[in-house]
Design a protein around this ligand. Structure first.
Ligand SMILES: N[C@@H](CCC[C@H](N)C(=O)O)C(=O)O
Length: 294
């Protein structure tokens, strides 16, 4: 094995995350390594959060985010909570300022172990998401899937949380939709030149929502933090909810999203360590730490 890096297999309420410690190294986790790690059932994941040395004064670390298909992602709320939990356990520090490809974000571990991440501000311009067509109003756009006269899903709200999201509103049980079939078609729809994360959302009260997400570059996941933020912002924009919402996610966990008056979106939830190991960031070859949990 070439020069290895430590990693922790973790999850953010079921969103499968590998936190890779790439500090003091000049290399990056390659797409090939991500694909190899994902192909192994023991390390299969939704996102890798690679912790690198800081690039900008005032930030603690630069976080590189990779999807399980090896592509890059601009945001990962559940993964950021895993990063915070790992770093808080190592350092005793509770508050962190990180940099990602889309900017600087703050995160904090609370006394009860839950973690809040400031996911920044949403963007609604069609070029920001981005969309392929000029839509002046992105609260609901013309897009549908299924028979033309009886679409299964239609008129999504679209929003950027740094990464692109489309939210389809449904009245029926979110599990009654074939998201495994429609997800890939919508992720790769020509409307989304950079592909998109696809969520179906059922609003159950002004403070509660049930969601399922087909993640760009990762497929069906048990939770998606940035999609939760996107869904709450989109719902509040069309007065379906208020700005403080609890979301039930497919793995059965709950996330809380607050869209603050200063426009920042705060994501709060849990993170869980599973086991630790070391891996080769160029190939994905890995080994479990002997003292790590089974
Ligand atoms: N699971 C993440 C979102 C992951 C990024 C996404 N697949 C993308 O490509 O944009 C989260 O918790 O936010």
């Amino acid at each position: 094995m070439a020069s290895t890096a430590p990693f922790a297999k973790m999850n953010g309420i079921g969103n499968e995350i590998i936190v890779a410690d790439m500090r003091s190294r000049a290399d990056r986790v390659t797409a090939a390594a991500a694909i190899a790690l994902n192909a192994d059932a023991a390390t299969s994941f939704d996102q890798i959060m690679a912790i690198h040395d800081a690039r900008t004064p005032g930030t603690a670390f630069f976080i590189d985010i990779l999807n399980s298909d090896g592509t890059g992602a601009q945001a990962c709320g559940n993964g950021m909570r895993c990063v915070v939990q790992a770093l808080a356990a190592e350092t005793g520090q509770k508050t962190f300022t990180f940099e990602t490809v889309v900017g600087i974000l703050n995160a904090h571990e609370h006394a009860d172990g839950s973690i809040s991440v400031d996911m920044g501000t949403p963007r609604f311009g069609w070029q920001d998401i981005p969309l392929a067509e000029d839509f002046r109003d992105t609260r609901m756009i013309e897009l549908q899937i299924g028979p033309i006269d009886a679409p299964v899903l239609h008129s999504p709200s679209v929003v950027s949380m740094g990464n692109p999201h489309a939210i389809f509103w449904v009245d029926r049980d979110v599990w009654s939709y074939e998201l495994d079939r429609f997800g890939p078609l919508l992720e790769n729809h020509p409307m989304f030149p950079e592909r998109a994360n696809i969520t179906i959302a059922q609003v159950t009260s002004p403070e509660t929502m049930i969601i399922r997400t087909w993640e760009r570059g990762a497929g069906l996941t048990k939770a998606c933090g940035s999609a939760s933020c996107a869904a709450v912002v989109a719902a509040a924009r069309i007065n379906r909810t208020g700005r403080n919402v609890s979301l039930l996610t497919p793995g059965g966990g709950t996330l809380h999203v607050e869209w603050r008056a200063d426009d920042h979106v705060i994501l709060t939830g849990a993170a869980e360590w599973e086991f630790s190991g070391s891996f080769d960031p160029s190939t994905g070859t890995w080994a479990r730490d002997t003292e790590s949990a089974a």
